[in-house]
Ligand binder design. Sequence first.
Ligand SMILES: NC(=O)c1ccc[n+]([C@@H]2O[C@H](COP(=O)([O-])OP(=O)(O)OC[C@H]3O[C@@H](n4cnc5c(N)ncnc54)[C@H](OP(=O)(O)O)[C@@H]3O)[C@@H](O)[C@H]2O)c1
Length: 277
Amino acid sequence: MSWLGEWVLTLECVMAKRSFAGKRVLLTGASSGIGWYLASELVRAGAFVVVTSRRSERLQQLRLAFGNPRKRLIAVPGDIADHEHRCALVDTAVEQLGGLDVVINNAGVGAIGSFDQATPERLRTLFEVDFFAATELTRLALPYLKRGNEPAICLVNSVLGHRAVPGKSEYCAAKFALRGWAESLRLELRPAGVDVISVSPSTTRSEFFESLVDTVRGTKSASVGSQSAESVAKNVLGALRKRKRELILSPAGKAFVWLNRIAPQLLDRLLSRYAIS
Ligand SMILES: NC(=O)c1ccc[n+]([C@@H]2O[C@H](COP(=O)([O-])OP(=O)(O)OC[C@H]3O[C@@H](n4cnc5c(N)ncnc54)[C@H](OP(=O)(O)O)[C@@H]3O)[C@@H](O)[C@H]2O)c1
């Protein structure tokens, strides 16, 4: 084939939208918020989904919520920070679905409070859940993804993985790490045809701020405005469908990251003045 033919073929592949019909998906953090809606939308779109989170009763509710047509949703409760559990997730997908096409690393936890007042455990927990769980689950899934149909790895990151704020140092660090890792992985996996898609929501209405790690009760996030978990989930799946590389979801999130690029010192001043949690 001529170089032009190859180029047209590549362009067609890039332009073709990913469909979820019949796709075998592994989704973390499905018991609430963004993950709950991701699971519902995926099943509705005809995917077969292995879901996980610690709260098994919530996963049961999720299964009952839409009747689980043709056993499209398989719940495997457990702690994503646990290596054995991650192995069980991939094994379940392979044994019950015959392989894997998409992994969505959505499970995450946050914390609020200054670094010098925090315990070392807070930093460890956030890295275990927000970074190591996603990277190590992906490592286990990769051999199957490479044989998958239109394979992709999706990471639910955060605007705070692009620009850090005070009072959330551990969370920002874990999300920055995830973004750096994703950038490398995207290039490493290009020859194998596995997409790596990173989606960064701004503040989202979910249970996220009710389950903060080692955080003084009642501490409020300094963020302004919020998105619904349902709309974030739809946008995450849109990014997967359209094979986006990196997507910052809200206009405010885009403006925030853009301002950081052009005037980081101004943003430093604004954040240190107004964003102390
Ligand atoms: N909410 C926001 O403002 C916001 C903004 C930007 C990015 N995000 C990101 O969006 C993603 C989803 O968060 P969300 O807003 O939907 O919050 P959420 O409602 O609190 O959902 C978090 C999910 O992660 C699961 N999870 C947490 N720790 C886990 C563990 N150790 N093992 C297994 N599952 C665990 C939770 O389930 P169990 O508790 O049942 O285990 C839950 O299903 C996270 O990665 C978060 O960083 C959120």
